[in-house]
Write a protein that binds this ligand. Structure first.
Ligand code: ZN
Length: 87
């Protein structure tokens, strides 16, 4: 699994389709371990059916994002306790 790991910037293009702000600078808090950090510093696995974003501290899943290749996205963020946005 380590060979497939990318940094959080790898998810930026897909996440920016959903969020209308620079998501890599948003500060997320992991619901599992409480680690706080920029979303750009997360670990991303893009070889799954969709994208899986994991906490760099405990490897828990923060975000799952799937795209049908057309106009629909499915977003699951139960692993993110909070997300601080700067607009
Ligand atoms: Zn964590």
């Amino acid at each position: 699994m380590q060979d497939m790991k990318l940094d959080g910037n790898a998810a930026a293009g897909d996440l920016e389709q959903i969020f209308a702000f620079e998501v890599t600078t948003a500060i997320g808090t992991c619901a599992n371990c409480g680690a706080v950090g920029a979303m750009g510093g997360t670990s991303v696995y893009a070889q799954a059916p969709g994208i899986v974003v994991r906490c760099p501290a405990c490897e828990s899943v923060l975000i799952r994002l799937a795209h049908d290749g057309a106009s629909r996205y499915w977003l699951e963020m139960t692993g993110v306790r909070s997300l601080e946005l700067r607009v």
